[in-house]
Design a protein around this ligand. Structure first.
Ligand code: HEC
Length: 152
């Protein structure tokens, strides 16, 4: 009786540790997988092998994503004629602030820049920069903000 109880208790402890370790591994590795992938509900062993498969993912693809974003961001900037009112590295018309080093301002995070592009009045109610929330969205918006944030 006692031995059975002990064994069960032991199993619970071991099971708890294994589950805990698995959760930590899966939890840490999940953000490295594709951004929109939902956490998969597969049984433990498949989850573990997919984690091993995901391990080579980390740094390089993230850097590539950023580089791709900057390239797309430049295109969105050009397509929307932001240079009609802004100068970057000597090119453009200086109606609004020069953006050559706009990313060097610690306030100008990607999120702040996205908000500025969507609705400039959210930062400056008296400003006259047009709002782009109906024109620039999703990946384009993120890419444009990432590009501007990279200007330091
Ligand atoms: C009609 C002129 C005009 C156009 C077009 C324009 N802006 Fe602006 N922008 C301004 C002005 C003026 C400001 C200063 C704040 C204000 O008036 O809202 C500004 C502010 C900004 C700022 C904040 C800079 C700072 O240092 O505070 C960013 C970033 C910016 N614009 C990006 C863009 C991007 C990206 C585009 C193209 C999608 C764009 N702007 C198009 C006029 C313009």
């Amino acid at each position: 009786m006692i031995t059975t109880l002990n064994r069960m208790a032991l199993l619970k402890v071991v099971g708890g540790i294994v589950c805990g370790m698995l959760l930590i591994t899966v939890g840490c590795a999940a953000p490295l997988q594709s951004q929109n992938a939902p956490p998969n509900g597969k049984p433990a062993n498949t989850a573990e092998s997919s984690v091993i498969g995901a391990n080579p993912a980390p740094i390089a693809p993230l850097m590539k994503m950023d580089a791709d974003n900057v390239t797309l961001g430049k295109k969105v900037y050009a397509d929307n004629k932001c240079s009609d009112c802004h100068v970057i590295a000597g090119t453009g018309v200086s109606v609004g602030p020069d953006l050559t080093r706009t990313g060097a301002d610690p306030k100008h995070t990607v999120a702040w820049l996205e908000a500025e592009i969507k609705n400039p009045k959210s930062h400056n109610p008296k400003g006259f920069m047009p709002a782009y929330q109906n024109k620039i969205q999703g990946q384009d918006l993120q890419a444009l903000a990432t590009y501007l944030a990279s200007l330091k």
